[in-house]
Design a binder for this molecule. Structure first.
Ligand SMILES: NC(=O)c1ccc[n+]([C@@H]2O[C@H](COP(=O)([O-])OP(=O)(O)OC[C@H]3O[C@@H](n4cnc5c(N)ncnc54)[C@H](OP(=O)(O)O)[C@@H]3O)[C@@H](O)[C@H]2O)c1
Length: 269
């Protein structure tokens, strides 16, 4: 299943996964936009299932998970793709910081935790791919105390939550500019920083089991998020993402951060 898949990279990933013959669930927060996306795939000869899912809304997650449990035996692949940014390319407003965190970080976490029991119990690998961004790399954080927390080997989910809360508080009291947070698309960058950190903690939790957890930065891609600007299309980004998703079990890593363009670079999360 893929979140936020009515357009952009998510839609292109659904298309490629369906072309590969998988049973895919396309989810979108808006019923009309989601159905339109499904219909456009149908006209191309591709059948996918649809369910409305707003990842920023815990009750929507609950309804989706119940539907999934009632209709499917197991889940093999989860692509956490849905995200928002409210900035134009050269802007840096944090006015919508809470919504950004709720969607890009807390939504992913809540949905993933709710779906974990549904992952297939078999030796075949189950896969979680979190679509992230290099803007959320640790080297974008200039505050040494925050970096120290996030670099810990024994980092916990609570500590990640504390960092996000600290940022939201600094937005509320107007001090965020002087605290060494990432300089570009600050709220979005911190949401992806938290997502990367959560992915690392989750991968560790499932080390040695049949669930792999990785992040993928699609690079500067021509979608609504970038007002159509970018170095490549959503379809090209999806091609790499899906290649990663479908790696044979023996080649599939866990706890990696992939950067999709240029040489196929991966690093430790
Ligand atoms: N484009 C880039 O250069 C770039 C670079 C690095 C990482 N990324 C990441 O790539 C992923 C896909 O982004 P994109 O570039 O394809 O952007 P996009 O075209 O704006 O697509 C974002 C998708 O997320 C959906 N969405 C937003 N909030 C949601 C919510 N609360 N619940 C469910 N769905 C929601 C949007 O739905 P609506 O149509 O209803 O708004 C849309 O379908 C994101 O995780 C983004 O951070 C993109």
């Amino acid at each position: 299943m893929v979140t936020g898949a009515n357009k952009g990279i998510g839609f292109a990933m659904v298309k490629r996964l369906a072309e590969a013959g998988l049973n895919v669930i396309l989810t979108a927060r808006d019923v009309e936009r989601g159905k339109k996306a499904v219909e456009s795939l149908r006209t191309q000869g591709l059948e996918v299932q649809f369910f409305c899912l707003d990842v920023s809304d815990p009750s929507s997650i609950q309804i989706f998970v119940s539907w999934f449990q009632n209709n499917f035996e197991a889940l093999d692949i989860l692509v956490n793709n849905a995200a928002v940014s409210f900035n134009d390319i050269y802007e840096n407003s944090v006015e919508q910081a809470e919504t950004v965190m709720k969607t890009n970080f807390y939504g992913v976490k809540l949905l993933t935790e709710a779906l974990l029991p549904m992952f297939r119990r078999s030796p075949s690998m189950c896969r979680i791919l979190n679509i992230s961004s290099r803007l959320g790399s640790l080297n974008k954080v200039r505050n040494p105390n925050i970096r120290e927390i996030l670099e810990k080997d024994d980092l916990t989910e609570e500590q990640i939550g504390d960092v996000v809360t600290l940022f939201l508080q600094s937005v509320k009291n107007g001090t965020w500019k002087t605290q060494g947070w990432p300089k570009v698309w600050t709220d979005y960058a911190i949401s992806k920083l938290a997502l990367n950190a959560y992915s690392r903690v989750l991968a560790k939790r499932f080390q040695g089991s049949n669930i792999s957890v990785n992040c993928f930065c699609p690079g500067f891609t021509q979608t609504s998020m970038t007002s159509g600007k970018g170095t490549h299309s959503a379809d090209e980004a999806a091609q790499i993402g899906v290649r990663l998703m479908l790696l044979p079990p023996q080649e599939l890593p866990t706890a990696k951060f992939y950067i999709g363009f240029g040489p196929f670079v991966k690093s430790k999360l």
